[in-house]
Design a binder for this molecule. Structure first.
Ligand code: HSE
Length: 307
C-alpha cells in the first residue's frame, strides 16, 4: 500500500479587487492530510478534527474530487484519506479548497503524477462546487501552484502563475460565521460600467505591480469598489481594522475570500506583527474571539512531506 502525507496551506482569494480570479497561498494555517492508495475501489474519508464535516465521500469535499478522478480513469483502486483540518471551515481562508486540492495532489502523487497542475485544478473544482455551489478556482489554484495565481479562465482551466513578492501577510479570523454561499448571494448581479472600469484598472495595476515587483503600485491597486462595500457589512469592525492597518503601515488589504477573515499586506515583518496585535485587540474589545496569523506569501503551495 502506498501513501502520501501533505501539508495543505490556507489561501487568500480575490486579493481585494480580483473577485474569483486572483488568489495567494500563505504558510499558516495549514491542514494535514494522509492519503493511501487502496487495492479495492472504496473511498474512505476520516476527519481527525472536530468540525463535524461529512465523511460520506459523495458529501465530502475531498471525497468528490477522488470520486471524479476514479471515474475519469475508470480506476479499480480506491483511496483512504485522513484529514486533520486546521483551517477552520467558513473562515475565508480556503478551507474547502485545501481539502479539494490536497485530495487531487495526493491522488496524483500516488498514481505516478499523471495529471498536469491545470488538470488537478479541474478535478479540485468539483470540491468547491460541493462546498459553495460554484466552481471557482481562486483558492485552489494558489494551493496547487503556490504563490499568487491568476485564474484567466476556469472553463477551460487556464491558470497564470504570477510572481510572489517578498511581502508579509497578516490575517485575522474573527469567530463569526459567514457562509460563502450567503456572501455570494448578497452580491449585485449587475454593476455600473464606471465601477467596472475602476475595478479593471485596479486588477491590471495589481497584476502589473506583482510582476514588476512595484510595491507602491501593489498598494494603490488594492481597492475593490464592487464586492467589498457589500460584503464588509457582514464583518464586524472591518472598516476600523482596515483604517488602523493602513495607519500602521500596511500596503493595503481587505476581505480574505468571502470572509470573515481580513488580510493585510506589509513590507516589513515588524509592521505585520503590529497589525496582528491591533487586530486581536480590536476583537478582544468587543468580546469576539479571533485567531491571527503572520506569514510570508507561500511560493510553493502544497508540500508533500512523505512519499
Ligand atoms: N472568490 C470566492 C468568493 C472565494 O469570494 O466568493 C470564496 O472563498
Amino acid at each position: 500500500m502506498k501513501k502520501v502525507k501533505l501539508q495543505v496551506p490556507a489561501t487568500v482569494a480575490n486579493l481585494v479587487c480580483g473577485f474569483d480570479i486572483l488568489g495567494m497561498a500563505i504558510h499558516e494555517p495549514y491542514d494535514e492530510m494522509e492519503i493511501k492508495l487502496l487495492e479495492t475501489p472504496e473511498i474512505i474519508i476520516k476527519h481527525l478534527d472536530n468540525f463535524g464535516l461529512p465523511e460520506d465521500p459523495s458529501k465530502n469535499v475531498a471525497g468528490v474530487v477522488l470520486l471524479k478522478i476514479q471515474e475519469y480513469l475508470n480506476l479499480k483502486n480506491g483511496f483512504e484519506v485522513i484529514i486533520n483540518k486546521k483551517i477552520k471551515p467558513g473562515s475565508g481562508l480556503g478551507s474547502s479548497a485545501a481539502s479539494a486540492a490536497g485530495a487531487a495532489i495526493g491522488a496524483n502523487a500516488l498514481l505516478g503524477k499523471i495529471f498536469t497542475e491545470e488538470e488537478l485544478v479541474y478535478f479540485a473544482m468539483f470540491g468547491e462546487e460541493l462546498a459553495s455551489g460554484v466552481k471557482h478556482a481562486d483558492n485552489i489554484a494558489p494551493c496547487i501552484f503556490g504563490g499568487i495565481t491568476l485564474v484567466k479562465s476556469s472553463k477551460p482551466v487556464d491558470i497564470i502563475p504570477l510572481n510572489a513578492p517578498d511581502l508579509f501577510v497578516t490575517a485575522v479570523h474573527p469567530q463569526v460565521e459567514v457562509k460563502t454561499s450567503d456572501a455570494r448571494q448578497i452580491l449585485k448581479k449587475n454593476i455600473l460600467l464606471k465601477d467596472a472600469i475602476e475595478q479593471w484598472g485596479n486588477i491590471a495595476g495589481l497584476v502589473a505591480g506583482i510582476q514588476k515587483n512595484d510595491i507602491a503600485l501593489i498598494g494603490r491597486s488594492l481597492n475593490d469598489v464592487i464586492v467589498e462595500p457589500i460584503r464588509s457589512i457582514l464583518i464586524p469592525k472591518f472598516n476600523e481594522i482596515k483604517e488602523k492597518s493602513l495607519q500602521l503601515g500596511a500596503l493595503g488589504g481587505g476581505i480574505s475570500g468571502s470572509g470573515p477573515s481580513i488580510f493585510m499586506l506589509s513590507e516589513k515583518q515588524e509592521t505585520s506583527q503590529k497589525i496582528a496585535e491591533m487586530m486581536k485587540s480590536v476583537y478582544d474589545e468587543i468580546d469576539i474571539e479571533s485567531f491571527v496569523y503572520v506569514s510570508k506569501i507561500n511560493p510553493s503551495g502544497i508540500k508533500i512531506i512523505e512519499n
